[in-house]
Design a binder for this molecule. Structure first.
Ligand SMILES: Nc1ncnc2c1ncn2[C@@H]1O[C@H](COP(=O)(O)OP(=O)(O)OP(=O)(O)O)[C@@H](O)[C@H]1O
Ligand SMILES: [Mg+2]
Length: 165
């Protein structure tokens, strides 16, 4: 598993329209401890703000990242978080992938249907992340690890952003 943190972004100019767009590559944060989860949370917030998310939405993204990163340290031991900008069907957004090769989740459907835990937590992490993001999917098999993919689309709420500033 790569331990590099890629923090690459570039402004790509489109010569035909003379418009410029921010194009992110991706950021990877290797998650070994809770302090790495804090770094992933901060990076997620930074990226969301640069991509044009409101501060409130950037905080939602950061909180969701924090929960899935903490799940890696608590339930799997180690893994990584990948943060990317995405465009789908003309919408721009942020995608977060959390990957580990830990014990996996036996019943993904049950975990997503309601708050539930197999540990000492409240079982609110995935349940909360589902509500904070627009889209979340989990692939997991016992013994092979877990991948959580989350997306959130930019609202481009300029008025809201001005009010927040
Ligand atoms: N990366 C993971 N690897 C293995 N199991 C996981 C992973 N993430 C979540 N789980 C399983 O899914 C359950 C629900 O996770 P969730 O984050 O919602 O709650 P929690 O971590 O138990 O408690 P909380 O997040 O509220 O402290 C966990 O109890 C655990 O069994
Ligand atoms: Mg949790």
């Amino acid at each position: 598993m790569p331990s590099t943190r890629l923090w690459t972004w570039k402004r790509a100019s489109n010569s035909s329209t003379a418009e410029s767009a921010i194009v992110f590559e991706e950021i990877r944060v290797r998650i070994l401890s809770d302090s790495d989860a804090v770094i992933a949370r901060q990076k997620g917030r930074e990226v969301a703000l640069i991509l044009g998310f409101s501060r409130t939405d950037a905080t939602f993204v950061a909180t969701a990242i924090s929960e899935i990163a903490r799940n890696i340290t608590v339930h799997a031991g180690e893994g990584e978080i990948i943060i990317r900008s995405i465009t789908e069907n003309g919408r721009d957004g942020i995608m977060v992938i959390a990957r580990d090769e830990g014990p996996g989740i036996a019943d993904v459907t049950a975990v997503m249907r309601q708050a539930m835990t197999t540990g000492a937590g409240l079982g609110m992490g995935l349940w909360g992340a589902r509500r904070l993001m627009d889209d979340i999917s989990i692939t997991s098999q016992p013994g092979t690890g877990t991948t959580v993919t989350m997306k959130k689309w930019g609202r481009f709420d300029e008025v809201g952003r001005l009010l927040e500033d």
